[in-house]
Each structure stands twice: as structure tokens, then as C-alpha cells.
Design a protein around this ligand. Structure first.
Ligand code: ADP
Length: 398
């Protein structure tokens, strides 16, 4: 049984083909610069070198056709016929309050996702283009939507509401939604599995730290709070996003710099965070290097990242009435041992004690806490595509 997982961005289409008999990845790839000059596909059949092919790719429909060609190619392909495909799973960013889990995509679901476009104007249109492209090419194949917001739908009202007049929530559905849900779900359940404990018995804080970052409190296997909000902007500082700011500074800067909403949004989403503070880069590797050679603003950016993350970890322990497990994942969480160490240092009072030697790991599952740490600290590489493939299999098989 073969399942294709698709993750569409505004100018990209990522894919992975799974053989669900053993959950192995047969091939994966990326179409980039869709609708832009210099478009190309990078395709890798497992165990073989990556092939790159430039092509004119004006839209996602053409991008998907090129993916199909690559999958069927006599040399680097992995399928003899498209009949071998059982279903297609899509990563979809926003499902509003409609879906708390993955669903089979029907006309009603598409309508609901179109309704969510104002909530995720940068992401949902691209995700929908992916669904339309597959529907055109493979009209009869079951398609499943797996949503970034779904896992956080269990948050209680006192965690997801903002302290603004209630009627704005009723009228516009403005509330905390949270993102990266598929990743927080995967790493929290995987951590429980590694520890051989029922997830229902655990208070877990998951730190998904990459270019975009969010921290989640997972109590008894469900999300009870998360650091991103109505949009993916708030929470800890990120590569180019500010994280939490006082909303009054937004109107203050707009007035004093004479910039409009769009320009302000660009400042907060693209020019802030590690990049904005350091003036060096949005990539933590560059920040660490610059900090080591004495760049004070790079040092400040690194300190801010770890300090804000530490505060979220501690506050979510308070929210859950304790913490049993702390998990690090995504680009920074999986790779930067010094970030993990800085976040944990100072949290010994709440039973978090990292082992500096065990912490010297990268991109692999590992228990990195000291023998006498009350809290289990783990690195768990995330695998959102696998979750999408599993949900797609479950739902498509009915
Ligand atoms: P995205 O949110 O785009 O999926 P990733 O999860 O791939 O991003 O994370 C990318 C970030 O991970 C990079 O910007 C970089 O800061 C960080 N990163 C990757 N490897 C390392 C490393 N060895 N040391 C420190 N940071 C790293």
C-alpha cells in the first residue's frame, strides 16, 4: 500500500512516497520556485543520488504533473503505474475550529478550508492548490487533510481566548489556534513510547524549534496550551519572526515610521527575531558562530532565544501542575546542543537536569538528562510526513 504525502507552500511542493507495509520512504522530493523563473524539481529515490531537473512550472498543477512523471520515471521512479497509489495525504495549515483531527477531503471539507483562508492567507491557498492539482490529475483517489491546528483544538477556553471583547471572538473567530500540531503530537507520543510510559500519565512540554518555533504543553496526550496564537507570530523569538510583542508597539511604530499594515507585518514576520536582533542572520548556526567571535548582538539574540524558551517551559509546567518530560525537536531543537543546555540551565529547581555529555547528540532520538533528573529530557527528531501518511492510511481505508 503506497501513500503520497504532499506539503504545498506558495511557491513550493514537497512530497514523500511511503510504502505503508513497513512505513519506509520510497522517494521524496521538492518542486521549488513554482511560478518564478528558475523553477526545478529535486527528486530522490531512496538509496540513489538526487536528480535535479529545471522546467517551466507556472503553477501547482504543472508541479504535480512533474512529480507524477518523476515517480513513474523508468530510471529514478518508484511506481510502474499510478494505480499503485492508494491515497494522497495533504498537510493543511489551518482548519479553524472545524476539525480537531484529520479528515477525508470532500466538497464540504474544501468549502470549510476555503472559509479558513482569511485565518491563514499565506498558507491555506497554497495547500488548497495542492488539493486541486491532485484532484485534476487523479480524480478518483481518496485525499486526506491533516491540519497543523487540529492537535491544539483540545485547549481549554481560558488558554485559547484573548482578553479582548468577547464579540470579536464570535464575529471573527479571533483566538489562539496554535500551529506545528502534527509535530507536537508526533514527538510527545514518541517520547512516551521511548520512555515506555502511557502518554495519558504524562505532563510533557514539547519545544519545536526551527525557523518557526513553538512550545506546547501536552497533558495526558492532549494539547492544553501552545505558544503560537491566532497567527504563527507569537511565542518565542524565531528566525525572522518577533515572537511575543506588546501590540501597542505595532501602532506606535506604524505611526512614527509612517508604515502601513503590510509593511509592519513584513517587519514582524520577515525582519525580526534572530535576524532583526543580531543583524547577522536568521540561521542559528551563523548566530552561534558570530556570538563566539564576540558579536554582542548575536550573543543577545541567542540569549533572548533561550531565555524566552526557558520561560515558556516553566510556565507550561505551572499550567499542567508539573512536568515529567521535556522534548526538543526541529532544526534547532534536534541539532543545537548549546541551545538545549542554555534552556535547561537554571531549571534544576523544577527537576530539569541536563547531562552535558549525553546532550552532545544531533538529529537522533536520545535521552539527554542526568541520572538524577526528575524530568526526562529527550531529543526526538520530528516526522510530520509519517503522521500524515499514517492518518491518510487509517482514514482512506475507512
Ligand atoms: P523550518 O521551520 O523551516 O522547518 P528547520 O526545522 O529545518 O526549519 O530548522 C532550521 C533551523 O535549524 C536553521 O535556521 C538553523 O538555525 C537550525 N539548525 C540546523 N542545524 C543546526 C545546528 N547544527 N546548530 C544550530 N542550529 C541548527
Amino acid at each position: 500500500m503506497k501513500i503520497l504525502v504532499i506539503n504545498c507552500g506558495s511557491s513550493s511542493l514537497k512530497y514523500q512516497l511511503f510504502d505503508m507495509r513497513d512505513e519506509s520512504v520510497l522517494a521524496k522530493g521538492l518542486v521549488e520556485r513554482i511560478g518564478i523563473e528558475g523553477a526545478r524539481i529535486k527528486h530522490t529515490k531512496t538509496g540513489m543520488d538526487t536528480v535535479t531537473k529545471n522546467a517551466d512550472i507556472p503553477n501547482h498543477k504543472v508541479a504535480f504533473k512533474i512529480v507524477v512523471e518523476a515517480l513513474l520515471d523508468a530510471g529514478h521512479g518508484v511506481l510502474k503505474s499510478l494505480d499503485e497509489l492508494t491515497a494522497v495525504g495533504h498537510r493543511v495549515v489551518h482548519a479553524g475550529e472545524r476539525y480537531a483531527g484529520s479528515v477525508l477531503i470532500t466538497h464540504d471539507v474544501i468549502d470549510a478550508l476555503e472559509e479558513c483562508v482569511p485565518l491563514a492567507p499565506l498558507h491555506n491557498p497554497a495547500n488548497l492548490m495542492g488539493i486541486y492539482a491532485v484532484t485534476e490529475e487523479l480524480p478518483n483517489i481518496p485525499q486526506v487533510g491533516v491540519f497543523d491546528t487540529a492537535f491544539h483544538q483540545t485547549m481549554p477556553g481560558y488558554a485559547y481566548m484573548y482578553g479582548i471583547p468577547y464579540h470579536y471572538y464570535e464575529k471573527y473567530k479571533v483566538r489562539r489556534y496554535g500551529f506545528h500540531g502534527t509535530s507536537h503530537y508526533y514527538v510527545s507520543y514518541r517520547a512516551a513510547e521511548i520512555l515506555k510510559k502511557p502518554v495519558e500519565s504524562l505532563n510533557i512540554v514539547t519545544c519545536h524549534m526551527g525557523n518557526g518555533s513553538s512550545i506546547t504543553a501536552v497533558k495526558g496526550g492532549v494539547s492544553v496550551d501552545t505558544s503560537m496564537g491566532f497567527s504563527p507570530l507569537p511565542g518565542i523569538i524565531m528566525g525572522t519572526r518577533s515572537g511575543d510583542v506588546d501590540p501597542v508597539l505595532v501602532s506606535y511604530l506604524q505611526e512614527h515610521e509612517a508604515i502601513d499594515n503590510k509593511a509592519m507585518s513584513h517587519v514582524l514576520n520577515k525582519e525580526s527575531g534572530l535576524l532583526g536582533i543580531s543583524g547577522v542572520s536568521s540561521d542559528l548556526r551563523d548566530i552561534e558562530e558570530a556570538a563566539d567571535s564576540g558579536n554582542q548582538r548575536a550573543k543577545l539574540a541567542e540569549e533572548m532565544l533561550c531565555y524566552t524558551a526557558k520561560k515558556y517551559v516553566a510556565s507550561y509546567a505551572a499550567a499542567m501542575g508539573g512536568i515529567d518530560v521535556l522534548v526538543f525537536t526541529a532544526g534547532i531543537g534536534e541539532n543545537s546542543s548549546r541551545t538545549r543546555e542554555k534552556i535547561c540551565t537554571g531549571l534544576e529547581f523544577m527537576g530539569i537536569k541536563i547531562d552535558k555529555e549525553k546532550n552532545k547528540v544531533r538529529a537522533e532520538e536520545a535521552l539527554i538528562c542526568a541520572e538524577d533528573s526528575r524530568v526526562a529530557i529527550l531529543v526526538v527528531p520530528t516526522d510530520e510526513e509519517l503522521v500524515i501518511a499514517r492518518d491518510t492510511k487509517r482514514i482512506a481505508m475507512g
